[in-house]
Design a protein around this ligand. Structure first.
Ligand code: F0G
Length: 518
């Protein structure tokens, strides 16, 4: 017989239930984390070594955060949420079982099965090509697409005659995606939706593409559109999610104009979490179901597995066979495989070890768990709310993977903030404090055009704090928020920065050097 719960115990259970349902009201928490630490790494650098970090930042890194030695940071390394995940014990145990055969190893078959499990049955009929990370997929995809178009290997109805070259529009291309597209002589416009420019925290899907602009482009005469690209979540546009409604609308246009539709799926699960939470009609669906629906609308996708694959390395290009894409470009897959064999390796391992594939399979299982995503996105939001509470202007609503400090507002009263690169200066000072953030604004996305420094169009000007998955506790992020606050409260004393090397280079934010100027 089952043990009955007596009334006096029921009373307390109902109280515990109430507690667990409460939102945190910092510094009070009502729910434990959905995981516990299984290993920790002590830091071997002192918080108070400020002068040492100043010297490192100036003499070694030249104020370029990419060049600062990560192991010298006692605080939060928020440079990227990519490849920085703490893996789970389940993943590590799978890694030990890795099959290191040369090609077609066990992990490859398991990954194929997991892709159908995570993204939906239709992907059983797809070509899975593994790469070492996301940008290698982009490079292969756009190079082979350019060769295909140049050789005229397109089916009759696929491509309209183009006047001014080919265009690959997006809701927001990531920087390497854009660079790969442009390097292959395509245009890469970002069609941010109208809501993106409105400062209304109730607008939940600011990552959407501007449907009317997209349709005008598809129907217009200015150029053929060989592919529509869609980044979920929209990293360049402030880590904002896209709605299912927007995905469906793009799918309709894609069918109408015979322009294939691909996802850049790096943060697919986080995007699904927003759809479940905020889009009408999805509250009773599971994350796994929502992900599957999202992926019914595309002909293919590429994914940097270093984000929602919950691994430290890996990427994949997945192309549906018998789709609009393969109809339009019948020789594409064969060309793509040639390219991959010459550059990465056999498509079944693509530069990864067999054990990496096993870890990834496990990562795809974990990432769609509701309790994982609630905690993960909740942590990013708690960090963002701590900044807001201290008056720091950030992009709202807060996205899924990062908090974006609005540099135009941060330095609103400060003259010459653009020309004195105050965003870069902010990241330089934060290195001294012990935390690493990244400028994704007028320096990263702007460029020198005919000797004139030109801001990005549409204008974006952020410093991004990307939160690694399962790495930090709220205490760490709180310390980072307080360091940003010190700088905000003294923003009129933040020095300028000048570029000493690389102002006119492509992808210059990875390579340039800077110097503080008073
Ligand atoms: N697409 C998106 C949306 C990304 O955010 C990234 C990487 C890539 C593609 C490229 O993937 O790094 O595996 O080659 N984003 C990282 C970031 C680097 O910090 O946002 P990758």
């Amino acid at each position: 017989m089952e043990l009955e719960t007596p009334e006096y115990i029921k009373f307390f259970i109902s109280k515990f239930r109430e507690l667990a349902a409460k939102d945190p009201d910092l510094p009070r928490y009502y729910k434990p984390r959905p995981y516990r630490n299984a290993a920790v790494k002590f830091r071997h650098c002192a918080l108070n070594a400020y002068e040492d970090r100043y010297r490192l930042a100036v003499e070694q890194a030249h104020l370029n955060v990419f060049k600062f030695p990560a192991h010298k940071l006692p605080g939060c390394d928020l440079l990227s949420d990519s490849g920085t995940t703490t893996m789970t014990m389940e993943q590590w145990s799978q890694m030990l079982l890795g099959d290191e055969a040369y090609g077609s190893n066990e992990g490859y078959y398991e990954l194929n099965a997991q892709i159908a499990e995570t993204f939906g049955e239709k992907w059983k009929d797809s070509e899975l090509l593994i790469f070492h990370q996301g940008r290698a997929c982009e490079h292969a995809l756009f190079k082979v697409l350019r060769d295909t178009l140049r050789k005229g290997e397109v089916s009759v109805e696929a491509m309209r005659k183009n006047k001014s070259g080919y265009i690959i529009p997006s809701n927001g291309h990531f920087d390497t995606t854009e660079a790969n597209i442009k390097d292959n002589e395509f245009q890469a416009p970002n069609l941010f939706c109208g809501e993106y420019y409105r400062n209304d925290p109730d607008l939940r899907f600011k990552g959407n593409i501007h449907i009317e602009k997209l349709e005008r482009m598809l129907a217009g005469e200015e150029g053929g559109i060989p592919l529509i690209y869609f980044t979920i979540t929209n990293n360049t546009g402030g880590g904002q999610p896209v709605s299912m409604d927007n995905i469906r609308a793009v799918h309709k246009l894609s069918c109408k104009y015979k322009a294939p539709f691909f996802f850049d799926a790096a943060r697919f699960a986080e995007n699904a979490w927003f759809i479940k939470r905020y889009e009408a009609g999805f509250q009773t669906r599971t994350i796994a179901e929502i992900v599957k629906e999202m992926f019914t609308y595309v002909d293919g996708f590429h994914i940097s597995c270093k984000k929602d694959g919950l691994v430290n390395i890996g990427g994949a290009l997945v192309i549906m066979k018998n789709s609009l894409f393969t109809d339009n470009y019948p020789h594409f897959l064969d060309r793509l495989m040639n390219h991959q064999l010459m550059t990465e390796a056999h498509p079944t391992y693509g530069g990864l070890a067999g054990r990496d594939l096993k870890g990834l399979v496990e990562g795809f299982k974990t990432v769609v768990r509701q309790e994982y995503l609630d905690y993960r996105i909740g942590q990013v939001h708690r960090f963002g709310r701590a900044l807001l509470r201290n008056g720091i202007p950030i992009l709202t609503p807060i996205g899924g993977s990062a908090v974006y400090i609005d540099i135009d507002k941060f330095f609103k009263d400060v003259p010459d903030a653009d020309s004195r690169l105050k965003g870069i200066s902010l990241t330089g000072l934060l290195l001294i404090a012990g935390h690493r953030l990244c400028e994704l604004g007028i320096f990263a996305f702007g460029s020198m055009k005919d000797g004139v420094e030109t801001p990005p169009e549409p204008r974006v000007n952020f410093v991004r704090a990307a939160v690694p998955r399962l790495v930090y506790e709220d205490q760490d992020l709180s310390a980072a928020a307080e360091a940003v606050t010190v700088l905000y409260d003294n923003r009129d004393r933040i020095p300028g920065v000048k570029v000493t090397h690389g102002q006119d280079l492509t992808l210059r934010h990875f390579k340039a050097d800077f110097e503080f100027v008073d």
